[in-house]
Design a binder for this molecule. Structure first.
Ligand SMILES: [Zn+2]
Length: 253
């Protein structure tokens, strides 16, 4: 990551805006500057990616790119924080983008109304300092993992089912990637059950990991999987093992 924080300063109004997150136990002013100069790419921006992109926008990440295809439907309303009943039947991305812009005019928001294919994911990875992968399907998840590994960009993978959510934080070349952990596609159901509160919780945790990584604050969950089983009220963190024969990251040193 290029850091030009010595030559670019926060304006007085930005300093005021972020006052509550600069200080002991939170960000340094230099960390806030790093956020300002950073680009985060979030796909998809429904249940988990929505709150994640909102938290990154409100925190002052300078460039937020979101990607989400399709129109909003009624069953999305239990968890898709960036939407509202007014968006039902409309394309989501433009509306979600406008909502994010309304929350912080210091942030450049780019809203893509589609899910990136492999080439687009690679191009977006090259432009970003962190990727937050929040899609429901395994194939899309792996595509983002591959793009992140190729560009050597940190990947935060968020997943949800029912009242349980998981978070995996990948540092390409150093930690396990998603392919190391899932050599085969796990079973997938199109309309899986999910409670919005877990989507929002995991999305916010994904954003927090991104904020730590981009601002160089605290200890990111590098190479770990965090699971929150909300049904039973249990949290678990496991260290993931990198596969030296992984077809995605095995060659990376
Ligand atoms: Zn791997």
């Amino acid at each position: 990551m290029t850091c030009r924080s010595r030559t670019i300063a926060l304006s007085p109004s930005e300093r005021e805006r972020y006052d509550r997150q600069i200080g002991a136990g939170v960000l340094t002013e230099e960390g806030q500057l790093r956020l300002k100069q950073a680009t985060a790419f979030i796909t998809r921006t429904g249940g988990m990616g929505g709150p994640a992109s909102l938290m990154l926008t409100m925190a002052g990440v300078g460039n937020v790119i979101i990607a989400h295809g399709g129109e909003m439907i009624s069953p999305d309303l239990n968890r898709q924080l960036l939407g509202s009943e007014d968006v039902v039947g409309k394309l989501r991305a433009p509306d979600f983008g406008n909502y994010l812009r309304s929350m912080n005019h210091f942030v450049n928001v780019e809203a893509l109304p589609y899910e990136p294919d492999a080439a687009q994911a690679s191009e977006l990875a090259e432009r970003s300092q962190v990727i937050l992968a929040c899609p429901p399907g395994f194939e899309e998840r792996m595509r983002l993992n591959e793009a992140a590994v190729k560009a050597r960009v940190p990947l935060i993978d968020a997943a949800q089912w029912g009242m349980t959510g998981t978070l995996i934080v990948v540092r390409p070349g150093e930690t396990a990637c998603l392919r190391c952990i899932y050599p085969e596609a796990p079973p997938f159901e199109e309309l899986f059950p999910v409670v919005g509160a877990i989507s929002c919780a995991i999305g916010s945790l994904a954003a927090l990991e991104a904020i730590k990584i981009l601002s160089q604050t605290g200890q990111p969950l590098w190479g770990k999987m965090l699971t929150y089983d909300g049904f039973h009220g249990q949290t678990n963190i496991v260290e993931l093992t990198r596969d030296p024969n992984c077809p995605c990251c095995g060659e990376l040193v």
